[in-house]
Design a protein around this ligand. Structure first.
Ligand code: UD1
Ligand code: CA
Length: 433
């Protein structure tokens, strides 16, 4: 059976109160929509179709998908799905899921798909009992069967007391969905086309519509404002940090350690407070990371980082490397045993085994238009306060004198000094008087 997912991500997220598509709101460094896409992938759904609208270009640049559908203007969740009509001739199942529920678990999606298949429903939707249902659509059921759904703003006082709420995760028979989607109306307080009204449409036609209740309230939180975002961050942070600690990573203070969901860390590694590790990162065993920021990089075993270091943008740090305080490493490869202990910028560089980078070294990689590469071969020794004007290659075992600004390649095993000679004027103080 073919399965695809339509992800509703056109909204602005008015309650976040900022000019950013809500789907791009980062949670521990990863945008909401990417969590939802990853959950779909992990549930075995590889065909992904986000519906985008507000800041559509930025959203389209940020994630990979089979195709995007554009919704303009935004006339509600049902109207968003109408934009995906190009899929109308597909068979099988279409999962429709809101892009603002990053904590949704693949196992839950799988159970929903399973119930949908076993019961041969036209629509199976996910619900949860939420003791605080304010703002959610209420689900009126009879046994498993869904009779009706009603939004907060359209609900009667009696209906508002219902705690079973809609989670905006729907399994549709694709053909039936698109055959009937134009029967949605915007006859409600907000004058929007609601996808949940497909319940009424399907019931009218006598198709089977069922609810599946999840027991995991935390995964279902729709993050609508910054207060909910902070709560979700704390919940996810606790969960991720606990898993690392159980796997043998020492977190000196888990409360001030922020590790994204796509980070792996080897056992025996110690992470000190105020460290942030985001994006796709892999850190080896027996490393020490002190109060530093690491993003989208790979780090080997027994590496020490920080305090106050910054490693980013596809950097690859091999084993036994020392990256000290106020060192920034961008898109660079540092081979085994490299030492850059203090106050250094290494950008777009490839650094060989056991190179020593003196304090204050800077790879001057940017000429205002283009970025250029610095290559430092094995066992070279770069003195303190050196500028390496890229593109440049420092040969194996070469030595660069402290204070040099080096513009030309330096052959292996040579010494380069590129600074003016010192002039000392004796008795200068007496003359000046
Ligand atoms: C929606 C459901 C509600 C459910 C809740 C669960 C509707 C009408 N209501 O309410 O029953 O309890 O989710 O979290 O569906 N979007 C678009 N285009 C639009 C409007 C919205 O793509 O025109 C997207 C948004 O970007 C968002 C998702 O759809 O990702 C849900 O929209 P949102 O406004 O957050 O709906 P809720 O009020 O949370
Ligand atoms: Ca929402």
């Amino acid at each position: 059976m073919s399965i695809r997912a339509i992800i509703l991500a056109a909204g602005k997220g008015t309650r976040m109160r900022e000019e950013r598509a809500k789907a791009l709101t980062p949670l521990l460094g990863k945008p909401f929509i990417q969590y939802v896409i990853d959950a779909c992938h992990n549930a075995g759904i590889d065909e992904i179709y986000p519906v985008v609208g507000f800041q559509k270009e930025t959203v389209m640049e940020s994630v990979l998908a089979n195709a995007f559908f554009v919704q303009e203007p935004l006339l509600g969740t049902g109207h968003a799905v109408m934009q995906a009509k190009a899929l109308k001739n597909e068979t099988g199942v279409t999962l429709i899921i809101a892009g603002d529920q990053p904590l949704i678990q693949p196992a839950t999606i799988l159970s929903l798909l399973e119930q949908h298949r076993l019961h041969q429903n036209a629509l199976t939707l996910l619900t949860v009992d939420n003791p605080n249902p304010f703002g959610y659509g209420r689900v009126i059921t009879q046994g498993r069967k869904v009779l009706e759904m009603v939004e907060e703003w359209d609900a009667t006082e009696e209906q508002k007391k219902i705690t079973e709420v809609n989670l905006s995760v729907y399994c549709f028979d694709n053909r039936l969905l698109f055959e009937h989607i134009d029967e949605l109306t915007n006859d409600n307080k907000k004058e929007e086309y609601y996808i949940n009204d497909m319940v009424m449409v399907f019931n009218r036609h006598g198709y089977s519509v069922e609810a599946m209740k999840t027991m995991n309230l935390k995964e279902t939180i729709g993050i609508n404002d910054k207060v909910a975002l902070a709560q979700a961050t704390r919940d996810l942070q606790a969960q991720i940090n606990e898993a690392h600690m159980l796997a043998g990573v020492t977190l000196v203070d888990p409360a001030t350690t922020y590790i994204g969901p796509d980070v792996t860390i080897g056992p025996g590694t110690t992470i000190y407070p105020n460290t942030v590790i985001e994006g796709k990162v892999s850190i080896g065993a027996y490393c020490t990371i002190e109060s530093s920021y690491i993003r989208d990089s790979v780090i080997g075993d027994r590496v020490t980082v920080g305090p106050f270091a910054h490693i980013r943008n596809q950097s690859v740090i091999h084993h036994d490397v020392r990256i000290g305080n106020f060192v920034e490493v961008k898109k660079s490869t540092l081979d085994d045993g490299v030492k850059a202990a203090h106050l250094t910028y290494l950008g777009d560089s490839v650094i060989g085994k056991h190179v020593n980078i003196g304090c204050g070294t800077i790879t001057v990689n940017y000429d205002g238009t283009l970025k250029h590469q610095t290559i430092i071969e094995a066992n070279a020794f770069i003195g303190s306060n050196v500028n390496l004007i890229a593109p440049i290659t420092i040969g194996e075992g070469a030595v660069i004198a402290a204070g040099s600004t080096v513009t030309e390649n330096v052959p292996a095993k040579s010494l380069a000094i590129a600074r003016s000679r010192q002039t000392t004027k004796e008795n200068y103080y007496a003359k000046r008087k």
